[in-house]
Design a protein around this ligand. Structure first.
Ligand code: ST9
Ligand code: ZN
Ligand code: ZN
Length: 356
């Protein structure tokens, strides 16, 4: 059978969607498998590293002192001062510069949400090489550590959430879970318990390891040099506006929108799916984080490619992945069935559940 036909067949049979709602956009009219998927065993048998492990609890006794990392503290402070200055330059920026800054925000955001998060940390869908190439470049523009490190920390966060082994344990307060955790040495439990995770899928992926190897020069190019040079070179923006608005302000917005998932979405909002976990549904966070604020759902069902019960409801990332699926670049998207969601709501929800 010719290669393209083989691909078609494999695409048809590997897409696992329970309630397709994308009309003509989806898979060019292909028949979708309608398999009601309920548990992680059925839905994603190959990955268990992000499933919460309630058997791990904090050790008794005093917590270790914070070991400050002054280099990070100074650089983060400088970034935020530069971003504030960038904010004052917004009114005098060219419209194209603002559009470019927004585009860089969107690309960086997708590199985190569709890339580091839903693809590489959770394996909630599969992506063909052109999409993975785009996502790794976009992820480099986001400069949030390389995908290997990001996914290692993130799986650790899910498995040992709200314990000392959680890199951004929200029990240590808003500031720590927002940015503080990047300014101090990690708790020894993070390294110990994180070290027990199976990361062989990441180690085996050449693209992920390639990014890790060349991460520093790649970040310099994608996060700082390119976003600054484009407005300056192509439409005669001043160097100052290009640097402070398209680069520093845009980068600061992307990281803060991301950090809010760890801070605000672990502290403020309802818990319709599971009242026993800290993470919450936070619509404001979803707006800034292109669909990643449905965080009570996401911790309850980390294998769902939409990180939400819904698809395109305040969720640009799911729209993007579905468009990629329509082009044949994304496939095998995992979606929890409505029946499984409702059963969980009934069993562990806080009573605030309303269907959108
Ligand atoms: C940034 C990351 O911003 C943000 C991540 C946010 C995650 C959000 C998730 C929410 C859901 C998704 C929502 C997306 C929304 C997107 C919206 C977009 C609009 N397991 O780390 P080191 C071991 S980064 C196992 O140096 P220290 C390991 O052996 C911003 N082992 O620890 C490692 O060596 P190696 C820019 C682990 O010395 C060794 O320990 N970047 C684990 O305590 C040393 O690791 C920065 O600011 C683990 N989990 O230093 C840099 N962890 O790597 C920040 C460690 O060789 N980072 N090990 O294998 C640092 O400078 C340092 O990590 C540190 C800790 C100072 C924080
Ligand atoms: Zn996650
Ligand atoms: Zn979380």
């Amino acid at each position: 059978m010719p290669a393209h036909l083989l691909q078609e067949v494999s695409r048809t049979y590997t897409t696992t969607i329970t309630e397709p709602s994308l009309g003509g956009l989806q898979n060019g009219g292909e028949k979708l498998e309608k398999t009601p998927l309920a548990s992680e065993e059925d839905i994603r048998p190959e990955m268990k590293e992000d499933i919460y492990d309630p058997s791990y609890q904090d050790a008794e006794g005093p917590k270790p002192e914070f070991q400050y990392v002054w280099r990070n503290i100074i650089l983060m402070a400088l970034l935020h001062v530069a971003a504030l200055y960038g904010l004052t330059l917004v009114p005098s920026s060219k419209v194209y510069t603002l559009l470019w800054a927004f585009l860089c925000y969107l690309i960086s955001a997708l590199g985190i949400t569709a890339g580091a998060h839903r693809l590489w940390s959770h394996r909630t869908y599969k992506a063909r090489l052109p999409l993975r190439l785009f996502l790794i470049v976009a992820n480099t523009m986001a400069f949030q550590n390389d995908v290997y490190e990001w996914a290692r920390d993130h799986r650790t966060h899910h498995k040992f959430t709200e314990t000392d082994a959680d890199p951004h344990n929200s029990r240590r307060g808003f500031f720590f879970s927002h940015v503080g955790w990047l300014l101090v040495r990690k708790h020894p439990a993070v390294k110990e318990k994180g070290g027990s995770l199976n990361l062989s899928d990441l180690k085996a992926e050449k693209l992920v390891m390639f990014q890790r190897r060349y991460y520093k020069p790649a970040v310099l190019l994608m996060c700082f040099i390119l976003p600054t040079l484009v407005p300056w070179h192509f439409w005669g923006e001043t160097f100052l506006h290009s640097l402070y608005v398209a680069t520093f302000l845009r980068y600061a917005i992307v990281v803060n929108a991301t950090w809010l998932v760890n801070s605000a979405a672990h502290l403020y909002g309802y818990r319709p799916y599971d009242k026993n976990i800290a993470s919450r549904e936070n619509i404001l966070v979803s707006l800034g984080a292109v669909g990643e604020g449905f965080h009570n759902y996401h911790h309850a069902f980390p294998y769902d490619y939409s990180t939400s019960e819904y698809r395109w409801h305040i969720n640009v990332t799911t729209f993007f992945i579905d468009c990629m699926a329509a082009l044949g670049l994304a496939y095998d998207r995992k979606k929890v069935s409505k029946a499984a969601v409702l059963a969980r709501v009934k069993r562990t929800g806080d009573g605030s559940y309303k269907s959108a």
